[in-house]
Design a protein around this ligand. Sequence first.
Ligand code: GLN
Length: 388
Amino acid sequence: MISKLPDVGTTIFTVMSRRARELGALNLGQGFPDYDIDPRLAELVAEAMRAGFNQYAPMEGTGSLREAIATKLRLSYGLERDPQSEITVTLGATEAIYSAIQAAVGAGDEVIAFDPAYDSYEPAVRLAGARCIRIPLAQPGFRYDWDQVRSAFSARTRLVLFNSPHNPACVTASAGDLDALARIIRDRDILVLSDEVYEHVVFDGARHHSVLGHPELARRSFAVFSFGKTLHATGLRVGYCVAPPLLTRELRKVHQFNTFSIAHPLQEAIAGYLAEKPEGGRGLARFFQDKRDRLRAALAGSGFALPPAQGTYFQLLDFSALSKEGDLAFAERLLTEAGVATIPLAPFYESPTSLPFVRLCVAKKDSTLDEAARRLGGFAERLRRGAA
Ligand code: GLN
């Protein structure tokens, strides 16, 4: 068989989690919490199964969950969205991204993606027969160069893949970035796919700028969100896509043949949970900011530098003062010699990067973060003494 993705292996997240398990290392690689979910959510899942929500859910998502999402959009952003025609429940954000890309682009089309970009974007574009044009985020600070984006547009450009808060760069887009994006796609036949799964994890008092709150962008955007992130339960695999009716109609044509419909008892439970806690994500920024700050404080003076983290589950670690190795090699040493699994940034780039960063997940128990900092600090100390 001829591979359609000959250069693609198993994702770095899966590989690192597997190796962390094999080696008994602390896993700060793949982004998932290691603490318990709210027991009430577990109760609601059990109740939903007992109440008989065990057969196919409606293809577009249950009415109750789509209503709950509409309420959440109203409370979070003051936005009115029609659950019938504008909200679709998906198998996590990954399915929403995949299905939206299949719906939006085809053979010969071009899609703008940034470098670094989350690893699922480009394979989804290629499987649709289209091609990614990668635009680097500028250093320092992973900044957008909108003129460069505009120069990369061709008559074949159909979609821009946008992501804020950004994984893995840990930066957030400004209102000005959204304006610039709207300006350059105005008068062109270009859509936006906006990955906003970390919408509630924005730090230091800043607020998230959703494309949904930008009327011009909202008219031509698929916006993608995740309950896994918001409910500290990445194993739920329940996300959703908000898009204008025309785009939603096309998205659902793919979704119905891709995952068809999403676990019924989970949708019922999440709808019930949101009804009980409608303010949902409000405490998340504080919760994760405290974890970010704890890890940063514990690593201060270690020899690792800590670039600013404006949002997401993650904190980058800059190892340039300690080692001149590449990020893949350094992540391997952290895993095998320090006992800490991290994520190198190379897999998020079109071609290998020379950036001296690995990504740490802060969505962990305080005790896990403390032990990881202790191991990383000890390894840095050995490197500084030339003993490692
Ligand atoms: N979103 C997770 C991360 O960035 C990975 C999820 C996955 O492994 N597909 O770490």
